[in-house]
Design a protein. Structure first.
Length: 244
């Protein structure tokens, strides 16, 4: 187990090497604490909770994401369901774009830590709450720039993140025919990026490679939504045949 380091001053009776070793550990702890939103100076100024009231302030906070920021934003978004104007302003200040950009940066890291996994899930949960509103769904469907962002969010080994993204694609299918087209375009974009032969290769591969029953259910749900909500019968039959 790693030796704990107190927040007291360094003992000057120790050797220079020992002081450096303790100081390095303290620095590592400080960095880890900062990444989850902890700071020894939190009481010196306004807290995140105080700054989160205005959408534009939230967008600024999201430029330095942390677990605490995502948790606070999640609570704010849940409360804002009864106040669509707040969510609308958040979208107008490019808040959703920033969430996807943050998610892409986390997913594209060469090495992933446990904290990165928590950040991914927290970020996707915020996106999910936004898209659980008609304002959020309309905003996404009307903006095709989000297609590669959804595809990029699936380019991760984090099953919890992929599960929530596939749930969002299912919601788009149910929402409108444009949403179904959007989901198909996302899978086609992923197919091109991964150089796969078929646009549904990712769904089939995920089904084959997981033992998680809940995850399999979400994948099958998306497949059913794609088939059921394809408007024309001939297109529906053609789409269904692609899975065989």
């Amino acid at each position: 187990m790693e030796e704990s380091v107190s927040d007291s001053e360094v003992d000057f009776h120790k050797s220079e090497y020992e002081q450096h070793k303790v100081g390095s550990k303290r620095w590592n702890y400080a960095v880890r604490r900062q990444s989850i939103g902890w700071s020894p100076y939190q009481g010196a100024g306004p807290s995140i909770h105080d700054s989160i009231s205005q959408p534009e302030c939230v967008v600024e906070l999201l430029k330095s994401p942390s677990v605490q920021i995502y948790s606070t934003l999640k609570r704010k978004l849940l409360k804002a369901r009864s106040n669509p104007e707040w969510i609308l302003q958040f979208l107008h200040h490019d808040g959703l774009e920033l969430l996807f950009e943050s998610l892409d940066e986390i997913c594209c890291q060469k090495t992933s830590s446990f904290l990165d996994s928590i950040l991914q899930v927290g970020c996707v949960e915020c996106i999910k709450i936004i898209m659980d509103t008609s304002i959020g769904l309309d905003y996404v469907v009307e903006n095709s720039d989000f297609i590669p962002k959804f595809a990029s969010a699936l380019n991760t080994d984090n099953e919890a993140t992929k599960k929530q993204v596939f749930e969002l694609l299912s919601a788009l299918c149910v929402y409108s025919k444009d949403g179904t087209h959007y989901a198909l375009e996302t899978l086609a974009h992923l197919q091109k990026h991964r150089k796969q032969n078929y646009r549904f290769s990712t769904l089939i591969d995920e089904l084959r490679n997981t033992d998680n029953t809940d995850y399999k259910t979400i994948l099958l749900q998306l497949i059913n939504c794609i088939i059921i909500y394809t408007e024309k019968v001939e297109d529906r039959i053609r789409t269904r045949n692609e899975f065989f």
